[in-house]
Write a protein that binds this ligand. Structure first.
Ligand SMILES: Cc1cc2nc3c(=O)[nH]c(=O)nc-3n(C[C@H](O)[C@H](O)[C@H](O)COP(=O)(O)OP(=O)(O)OC[C@H]3O[C@@H](n4cnc5c(N)ncnc54)[C@H](O)[C@@H]3O)c2cc1C
Length: 499
């Protein structure tokens, strides 16, 4: 095994692999340790939501994913009858991509390897320690030998039972499961007409989603079985009986390839960082998989952390940057836990519960309410705190949708295509921009917006982070515009020697 690494990622699930892509792209020597010798064939997650798709688009990966999945223009909140309309959201990706997690992992692993990341399978992390200068991971290799690998950083992307989290002594407070649900990946001889179904009655709730020709994911929440322990096996018979009771038919269910039970345990790590050790994805937050958000949030963690760790390794990270990962992503997952807990509470098949669901569904029919909730599930509403050390601006911390730019030579270019290499973009909307191209990790773009809008009126310069959020912006009318740009650059880039 290659021992000269700068970042060790424990866990080769979607989050670890996404992070490996980001780090390797930035030139960080990265290795992923995955205890499983082979990827699991079944998929927990099936959805990639708009913000995640935007992130893939920024890295030029979107088409690769879209070609393997299918688009649907809506999502759901607690299986309410009124669907969430993603089609009107301000994004270049106004849809959810149905793509099994196994496919997502395969595409990310291929990409990570192509960028030079090493992915070791059959390598199980046993312990993680650190001192001021480096971190050590003790692991069992596939031949059974126990070895140690030293790196500058270790990231625990090792899922809900994270050994990294435990080794770092990071608490994982929250609540235990009170409700379980059953799922089956099955063949349906007589599927519902559109191939999809979301139905809640006093007998329970059913969701059906197509997986591949003839095969479907069936999820059943039965009020008679919510207390069934998670480790009680699901049987084909159980699914059939519940489908008949709730829907009047079992849709000709047969040939299960995966049966599983899952619960609503909700927990979040108290800290996402302990010195040289970081947590991302399910290692940092778990919840009921309502609305299909966990994998998405984890990929967004990886996108937030990747460029920050790379800057630290490459010597361009200001002292506060690594702590901003917790400061930004912990509140994002708090919001995620809030909405999944609310969704779980709404899964109530009593008469009063069904009435509440009916009212909530009516409320979702109001476009503004629908947009608000769709903003949460799509994660397009995630906005980070503005940098308190710079003058306030309404764009600071905001996520930027993709936009068309007109370059100074008249050519047009999409904003996201400028972010493909994971560098910062200093977007100057005025011709008289100073040259800052010598700043490491910063790319200057002089351009105008092809479709100027109110939000951007009077904006002079914007520093866009590698994850597509605005670090800071300044208006042309600001009395100290040039100084703000200079201070903003000094604050976000450091020239310290690599850690
Ligand atoms: C039924 C169900 C449906 C879901 N549907 C959706 C959905 O539609 N959309 C969505 O966004 N999310 C969904 N989720 C959630 C989603 O599956 C998870 O959030 C996602 O898998 C988290 O990815 P991860 O990489 O953080 O962790 P994991 O996928 O758990 O990966 C962690 C990896 O670390 C490895 N590992 C663990 N310990 C060690 C160790 N000591 N050494 C080395 N390797 C180790 C594991 O083998 C594993 O491969 C669903 C979850 C469930 C249960």
């Amino acid at each position: 095994m290659e021992m000269n690494v700068e970042a060790v990622i424990i866990g080769g699930g979607p989050v670890g692999l996404m992070l490996a892509c980001e780090l390797a792209m930035a030139g960080v020597k990265t290795c992923v340790m995955e205890r499983l010798e082979k990827p699991v064939p079944h998929s927990k997650a099936l959805t990639l939501h708009p913000r995640t798709l935007e992130l893939l688009e920024m890295r030029g990966l979107l088409e690769r994913f879209v070609s393997k999945g299918s688009k649907i223009s809506s999502g759901h909140f607690s299986m309410l009858d009124t669907r969430l309309d993603f089609s009107g959201l301000e994004t270049s990706c106004p849809y959810t991509l149905l793509l099994p997690q196994a496919k997502t992992e395969q595409l990310l692993e291929e990409h990570a390897r192509s960028l030079g990341a090493k992915v070791f399978r059959g390598a199980e992390a046993l312990a993680v320690t650190q001192n001021g200068a480096e971190a050590q991971t003790i692991f069992k290799d596939r031949d059974g030998s126990v070895r140690t690998i030293t790196s500058k950083f270790v990231v625990g992307a090792d899922g809900a039972g994270s050994i990294v989290r435990k080794q770092a002594g990071i608490e994982f407070p929250g609540t235990d499961s009170t409700v379980t649900a059953a799922l089956g990946d099955v063949a349906l001889l007589s599927p519902p007409p559109s191939g999809m179904l979301s139905l809640c009655t006093k007998e329970g709730g059913v969701m059906i989603v197509p997986l591949s020709p003839g095969r479907y994911r069936v999820v059943v929440i039965s009020p008679y079985r919510t207390q069934t322990p998670k480790d009680t096996p699901v049987t084909e018979e159980e699914l059939k009986t519940d489908l008949i009771r709730i829907c009047g038919t079992d849709f000709g269910l047969s040939e299960p390839s995966w049966l599983s039970r899952f619960g609503n345990t909700a927990r979040q790590a108290k800290r996402y960082r302990d010195g040289r050790i970081f947590l991302a994805g399910d290692a940092a937050h778990i919840h009921f998989p309502a609305g299909g958000q966990g994998l998405n949030a984890g990929l967004q963690d990886a996108m937030n952390l990747g460029w920050k760790l790379a800057a630290a390794v490459n010597g361009s990270a200001p002292s506060w940057l690594l702590d901003s990962y917790h400061a930004e992503r912990h509140p994002a997952a708090e919001g995620l836990l809030r909405n999944t807990e609310a969704q779980t509470k709404l899964i109530d098949f009593t008469q009063a519960g069904l009435r509440l669901r009916g009212m909530m569904s009516e409320l979702l029919a109001f476009p503004e309410v629908n947009r608000y909730v769709a903003g949460q599930i799509s994660a397009l509403d995630v906005r980070y705190e503005a940098d308190p050390n710079l003058p306030p601006h309404h764009l600071n911390g905001a996520r930027l949708p993709d936009m068309e730019l007109i370059l100074s030579d008249g050519r047009s270019k999409r904003l996201y295509s400028c972010l493909q290499n994971g560098t910062f973009i200093l977007l100057s909307l005025k011709q008289e921009a100073d040259d800052h191209s010598q700043v490491k990790g910063l790319r200057m773009v002089n351009a105008l917006l092809a479709e100027p809008n109110e939000k951007w009126r009077g904006v002079h310069t914007v520093l866009i982070r590698p994850d597509g959020h605005v670090a800071w912006a300044v208006d042309a009318s600001s009395p100290a515009c040039a100084e703000v740009i200079q201070t903003g650059i000094s604050r976000w880039f450091s020239t310290t020697s690599p850690v």
